[in-house]
Ligand binder design. Structure first.
Ligand code: HEM
Length: 267
């Protein structure tokens, strides 16, 4: 792939001579426009070289070596569970970001009223257009993600795909499934309803039961030994800021490693 850098006049002439369809000529005009400003062709070439270098230095997978790509088990649906987890994560992230426009992590309430957080949720469910749908999409995608990640882990285990040279990805996977559950737990507390409150209470007590550092853990994760505004605020920051950042990075590294190593076949 190489486009010579001529001046704009030359490119216009060159494009007209080629007898291109409107889509092709729009694509090329945009590419040339971008390239003249941001040298994107150079960067694409660097990426292309990197792609070939990485692929060359990796041993060929069994599938490639014996030309098995079109065998049915290569596309066996169980092998798509990792991608299914990724899709569920992306849906949860987008719907969560939209819910974030309406939610407020506040336990403040007038005497006898539910907390501000719960009231915002009621507003999302009853007054906001498509709010009920948005919240349902978020909850369902989160639950589908947990199930998909778990099944993905089973398929990796039962096909022996965790073995050399894929140990690092197995360990990243353990981190990912743990963080997926922390995602679920922190999200579960956000409505600040009865379920959330008692799940929070169990969390505090579990933290306190850790030998030696229990009090410190409860303080760090829940902002004290009983539930308060600090608890909800910590759950909120974990759920909408820290976890998305860490999990997105880990998923990118995880999939990057799959790309470098190729997918293992059933043994
Ligand atoms: C957020 C969670 C996760 C995401 C988004 C994810 C994503 C993926 C994707 C897209 C693949 C490509 C192959 C496939 O789809 O089956 C893959 C492969 C792999 N995953 Fe995950 N994964 C996650 C969690 C886990 C967990 C919990 C483990 C195990 C503890 C794990 C271990 C592996 C290993 C070892 C491979 C390589 C498998 C092979 O080469 O056949 N992953 N992952």
């Amino acid at each position: 792939m190489s486009i010579e850098r001529k001046d704009e006049h030359d490119h216009g002439e060159w494009l007209r001579e080629k007898d291109l369809t409107p889509i092709e000529s729009t694509f090329l005009t945009t590419l040339i426009w971008m390239d003249r400003r941001f040298r994107i062709v150079d960067y694409l070439e660097i990426l292309e070289t990197l792609y070939y270098r990485v692929n060359l230095q990796m041993p060929k997978s069994h599938t490639e070596q014996y030309g098995l790509d079109n065998k049915f088990w290569y596309w066996y649906p169980l092998y798509a569970l990792g991608s299914f987890s990724t899709i569920a994560y992306v849906v949860a992230a987008i719907s969560g970001a939209l819910l974030g426009f309406y939610y407020s992590p506040s336990t403040a309430a007038a005497q006898g009223d539910p907390s501000a957080a719960y009231q915002q949720l009621t507003l999302i469910m009853t007054d906001l257009n498509f709010g009920f749908m948005l919240r349902s999409i978020h909850r369902w995608s989160a639950q589908v993600m947990v199930a998909a990640v778990f099944l993905h882990m089973l398929r990796v285990y039962f096909t022996g795909a965790y073995k050399e040279p894929r140990e690092v990805n197995w360990i990243i996977g353990i981190l990912l499934i743990s963080l997926t559950m922390v995602f679920g737990y922190t999200g579960y507390l956000l409505p600040w309803d009865q379920l959330a409150f008692w799940a929070g209470q169990i969390g505090v007590e579990m933290s306190l039961s850790v030998p030696l550092i229990g009090e410190w853990v409860a303080q760090l994760l829940f902002g004290g030994f009983s539930l308060s505004q600090s608890t909800l605020q910590r759950m909120y920051i974990l759920h909408v800021f820290l976890l998305p950042f860490v999990v997105t990075t880990l998923i990118a590294v995880h999939i990057g490693i799959v790309w470098m190593q190729g997918i293992a076949e059933p043994h």
